[in-house]
Design a protein around this ligand. Structure first.
Ligand code: ADP
Ligand code: MG
Length: 587
């Protein structure tokens, strides 16, 4: 019986930890290879908050604090500690560093912190760890060793699993959760659509850290001891295995993985090994590692999506009759003036002068074309304008203000939005979700808004869904609304990207070869739609290869070659200029 209770409590602890990791890794795509640090911090903090002062230096153990606090304060403190501890790590996973670099950084940090705690005794009693941690509510009529108490503990653990599940689910199934998944699928694109990656990743780190901290508190309250051996970096790998096998991005899968991997494997075999004296003592633990390694390999091979894959979120399209598309009202005052001007902008990649001093301006309400041979620097120029890349020198002015130093997501929020030359849909979001993810100012697109619940953001979501349905109808993709964007044809994906950019209601839209790989007939329809948008007040700067498209839709057209602007004018004028024809033919 006691054995069963232990398994239940371990299952609860692992399930809660896996839910935190599932949110962080499966949903937000933050690969935190130092996850165990946060569980450990929660355990230590819960321990020193619950332990009395008088054993703090009682000879047999040393630790900071010793506050003798009563339940539930140590557990709350543990969750807070896990969350706060995550803050300094956000510089690792923030905006710039590549995800795999950050993962290695976190792994190394986990090893270093373990060594530090192991060798610095005044903190948490070093290698020996803290012991005799009081169990919650264990004084008086509750005796922590009684069977009923233990059962109660296991049940409380289960309830907390349910609460943690409810919590991560509420976040995940909100517009904010959708934004996290968009960032997971393609962070550069999320950035270009106005998402603050640093804030989003900080949120994911803090949430996961707090949940991990809570799991540590539960564990240490149950077993009464906590030492560096309990939180080696390898424990993180066990939890990752659980989440991947259970199904990354599916919180029920995380719970299942917690039961299958850490509990099923580690704990069960640990009990067998204790009971069987004929086996060498280290054989089973080593075999566990072999088994975990094999399990990962097998799963990544045959079922990378896990036992319970992330489920597709089907969003019902609103009835056509009831969708009054809210037409955007624009002030036409500045029509004709420049919405964007660029002064002597350059970009060097090492020795390559991708953009070598470009000055130009884009007239408000125009559909400006940008052509030039391959490698002319067109895409790089768009990246500089949108803020995806930083300029080496020069100045960019948008709507009268200098935006040269502004990050991409801030430019997107003031209406300067781009698309990418290479496919950039959010693959594991449906077409509809791709569109919805770009909507600015949804009340549910923040941590607190998500927690407030569906009723708080339902109206924003419905309005956005109506707009998206309208666009899908206009571009003839309504039938694909609930398909994964990653499963569309190349042309359809280009359409999704254009529509997604339009969902942000941009003032200046930068399109990088939007019609590449698109059927000519569809390309013409896109061109007409873009022209119509410009008539309504939008400005578009479009890179395009197809001269026929330029002829038909763009005025003026800017020609680039070798990182410079060669000429500007109508296509008819440009065709008459020999240097343009030469550059194009040579390129
Ligand atoms: P275009 O879009 O006009 O075909 P690009 O802007 O993509 O041209 O590229 C311009 C030049 O800059 C090319 O020589 C390309 O190799 C180089 N380049 C672009 N991006 C990078 C990068 N991230 N690192 C190094 N070189 C780059
Ligand atoms: Mg290009």
């Amino acid at each position: 019986m006691y054995y069963l209770i232990i398994l239940l409590v371990y299952a609860a602890v692992d399930a809660i930890a896996c839910l935190g990791l599932s949110q962080q890794f499966g949903v937000a795509g933050v690969t935190n290879f130092g996850f165990i640090i946060f569980q450990a911090a929660g355990a230590y903090v819960a321990a020193v908050l619950a332990l009395p002062k008088d054993t703090a230096d009682g000879g047999f153990q040393t630790y900071i604090g010793g506050y003798g606090l009563h339940f539930p304060l140590p557990w709350i403190g543990a969750a807070v500690a896990g969350g706060v501890l995550a803050l300094p790590f956000t510089f690792l996973v923030g905006r710039r560093l590549r995800g795999d670099f950050a993962a290695v950084g976190l792994l190394v940090t986990a090893v270093l912190l373990n060594l530090l705690v192991m060798n610095y005794r005044p903190l948490f009693n070093g290698d020996a760890g803290v012991a005799l941690v009081p169990a919650p509510l264990s004084s008086g009529m509750f005796v922590s060793t009684s069977n009923n108490y233990q059962y109660g503990f296991a049940i409380a653990g289960m309830i907390l699993v349910a609460v943690a599940y409810w919590f991560v689910r509420r976040i995940t199934e909100s517009p904010y959760g959708r934004t996290l998944r968009a960032m997971r699928d393609n962070d550069k694109v999320a950035d270009s659509l106005g998402k603050n990656l640093l804030a989003l990743r900080t949120g994911a780190m803090v949430t996961g850290g707090a949940i991990a901290g809570l799991s540590g508190a539960i564990l240490v309250s149950f077993i009464g001891v906590w030492s560096p051996a309990a939180w080696s970096y390898a424990e993180t790998i066990v939890l990752f295995t659980a989440v991947i096998i259970g199904g990354a991005g599916n919180h029920l899968g995380a719970i299942l993985g917690a039961v299958l991997v850490p509990v099923g494997f580690e704990e069960v075999t640990r009990f067998i090994s204790n009971n069987d004296p004929s086996l060498p003592p280290n054989l089973l633990p080593s075999l566990q590692w072999v088994a975990i390694g094999l399990l990962i390999v097998v799963f990544l091979w045959v079922r990378p999506q896990g036992v319970l894959p992330e489920r597709r979120r089907v969003i019902k399209l609103p009835d056509r009759a009831s969708t009054p598309a809210p037409a955007r009202v624009r002030d036409e005052d500045g029509a004709g003036g420049a919405i964007l001007s660029v002064a002597d902008v350059t970009k060097d990649f090492g020795g390559v002068h991708a953009v070598a001093g470009v000055s130009l301006s884009v007239g408000r309400g125009s559909l400006t074309g940008l052509i030039g041979p391959n490698g002319a620097g067109k895409s790089t120029l768009l990246s500089l304008l949108a803020g995806t890349e930083k300029v080496s020198s020069g100045r960019i002015t948008y709507l009268g203000s200098d935006i040269t130093g502004r990050p991409a997501f801030r430019r997107a929020r003031i209406g300067l939005v781009r698309t990418f030359q290479l496919a950039s849909e959010f693959k594991r979001l449906t077409v509809m979700e791709n569109l919805l993810s770009a909507v600015p100012a949804n009340r549910g697109d923040s941590f607190l808004g998500a927690l407030a619940g569906r009723r708080y953001w339902r109206r924003d979501e419905a309005a956005a869904t109506a707009r998206a349905a309208d666009l899908l109808e206009r571009f003839g993709l309504a039938a694909k609304a609930n398909d994964y964007a990653g499963e569309l044809s190349g042309g359809q994906r280009r359409l999704v990207e254009i529509m997604r950019a339009l969902m942000t209601e941009p003032d200046l839209l930068l399109l990088d070869e939007p019609m590449a790989g698109v059927h000519p007939e569809l390309a013409r329809r896109i061109g007409q739609a873009l022209r119509e948008l410009c008539r309504q007040g939008m400005t578009i700067l479009m890179v395009e290869h197809e001269l026929a498209i330029m002829d038909e839709f763009c005025d003026p057209v800017i020609v680039m070659a070798d990182g410079r602007v060669l000429a500007e004018g109508t296509m008819a004028e440009l065709r008459g200029r020999t240097e343009v024809v030469e550059a194009y033919l040579v390129g």
